[in-house]
Design a protein around this ligand. Sequence first.
Ligand SMILES: [Zn+2]
Length: 785
Amino acid sequence: MTSLSHAQALSVAQEAVLLLGRWAGASPSIPTATADSKAVTQAKDLLKWPQDSRSNLEQQVKPLRLLFDDVNLSNGQGSKNHYWPVGYIKDHDSYPPIPYPQPNADDLDPIKPPIQQAIASLQPDEWNNLSLLMLILEKFGSYVSFGEQDNVSLLDLTRTTAAVAAALANQPDAKCLTLIAGDLSGIQKFIYTISSDGALKSLRARSFYLELVTQEVVEQLLSALDLPRTNVIYAGGGNLYLLAPGDEGTIVQNKIAQVRDRFNEWLRKTFQGKIFLALDCLPFATEDVGTPEFAKAWEKATKKLAGQKSRKFQSQISELVKPKPAYEPCRVCYRDDLPLPSLEPLNNQEADSCLACWMCRTMFDLGAKLFKVEAIARSKQSTIKGAQDRLSIGGTFYYLFEEWKTANAIANEDSTLFLVNDWTLEPYRTGNAVPLLLGNYGQRCPESGPDHAQPQFMNAREMAAAAQGIKRVASLRMDVDNLGKIFAKGLGSNQTLPPLAGLSRQMSYFFKVYLNSLAKNRQDNLPAKAKTLSDDSRQNLLFIYAGGDDLFVSGTWNEVVEFAFDIYQSFRAYTGYNTDITLSGGISIDGAKFPLYQAAEASGDSEKAAKNNGRDSLGLFEQVFKWDEWLGSTSPSVADSDARECLKSAEYPPILGIFPLIEQLEKQQIETNYARSFVRSLLATAQMQDQMIKEMENKRKTLIHEKEPKQYIDYYEKEIKHDIRYYLHLPRMAYTLARLPQRVREHPEFAPVRKSLNNPYNAPYFRAIATWLELLNRSQSQSND
Ligand SMILES: [Zn+2]
């Protein structure tokens, strides 16, 4: 670490750690303390690093105000203010507890002793270890602010100031900087369109592999441009943003183009054109990093990538159009460009295993090993003594290790060591270790037992077997609504580099770090007042992908459904219940043998339907409702506007929504036979209603087609359709309820349930309620139908 750009980043990090230490009462000293270079001074000026910071620490370090409160697209938070609770990420806490914002600021004193301890332990040469210093800031500086912007964390201010200083290192007066944006397209195809045994684990391996591919692009860019890691603004899930020096000639541009072309050459050979790297850069005025103009540069750089994607593989087009012989296809990914001898059995342990290409075999093997990977060494060397499980990515090798200690002992000076979800300072003290955060929770297969040589993830069959009611698995996909808009203009005049970097980090922390915690330790991580259907720890889940702003999770169907509700409630609490920051999701429920790529497609369609329902919605049981309608509430505002308009005169039900009615009906302990016939008749009622509505809809279309008078059409539209939608079920519902045993009917707690089921406000939810109950109460024998 001798280059000028690294030195600038290092000096900013040193100062931040020093300040934090002094503030906490430790008395650290940097062995070679120097005055700020011109580049560092510029960077500090541009990003409003506090001028008198060294002498005025008690005023500068403050509780961190919630940045999400400042996001305003159409509703915003008004004048609501939240603060992050005081805290830090502890050693050995690979799944740290989720912090939830609160209305009042905490006293910061309790975090001083651990900070003192960490900083006092630094050895003189460790002050030159940028990665170690940044980790200290990440552990202790993620949730305190520094300087006048009380919603920007010390960590984010430090890393962006370091990035700007590094980019200005060789030309402190440069008028321009460069923003690099990158995007791997075709990921969905690579991950989800496979068909095979053990697909769940292979899928997981594929998404892990692509995370390393993204990482490799970043590594090559950093090395080509001689930049420190602080210059990575964001990288994950196939997207990346880096800050680079201004480009007076076309030097930066050419270097980026070289990385891109070399990488695409490798991608083409490895994935036959299915995956493509779009990588471009945008020059912008240096001073923009401290103004809202920066968000425009960010948006422009992102848009430039779209152009490249449409000219996909332009530089390799001649290679692609050459006629090629077609061979027997791989049975997993269907590539057909490899001669037969290169196809081998996917699973060596099984006699009738299908023939697969080398990539699919590699992913299958990798899936079996991923349960325990603590460290990954990146090296240019094609062998490292004592290391196994090598992956080749873009001309570099990645070695997987079960324990960081082994990796640390083996990896040499030229290698980078990625430590998975590891917040312990120790392994970062020597070598070139950097953290790699991964949303990687997965339930261990019970058969692989505690002393089994190689622990494995649970497979789809085992997940289905663990289900309540029907033996099925579910796939859940979710992502943040309007993310592009939030980044482009959500922060208004606050849209400078440090808050944007903070927003991006806090958003991706939720998916990469805190979702793991929510999956593993449900009770400790749910927000206060969260609604839950059961107290189950619901751990039978497998994250296929979680990062950036989205996720794909598979698992036992009822646990996945509960997890979806947990995630939504947790995310809303985490973002301060800002109405402009919501999630949409889709769930598909299938048999254990159902092809996963179809399940992925079905949950994707369901998620799309949720987006089309005005976002902030969930698609489940082939129905789509706003989360508020699923979760229910005592406020009439939950019912959709159509219902409110139509049912003005109707009495408001004591219980509204799907979830609370399921919860109540589950609580009533209705005997199995009664429960079954009750659910069946609920379902029949819902179906009859759907059928009638469809008929009326057809009738209305015919009337429009025949150009009947508008009044007549409106009559159908309003009166009849609404009568059917909200009132048609009443007689049948009364009949169904009357057939329940007297014990249940006359129980005082059942009165509000009966009233609610009979209420027109709940009519749109019958089918979802009936389907949910039906799946929960299906007995084992019926499940094999
Ligand atoms: Zn294949």
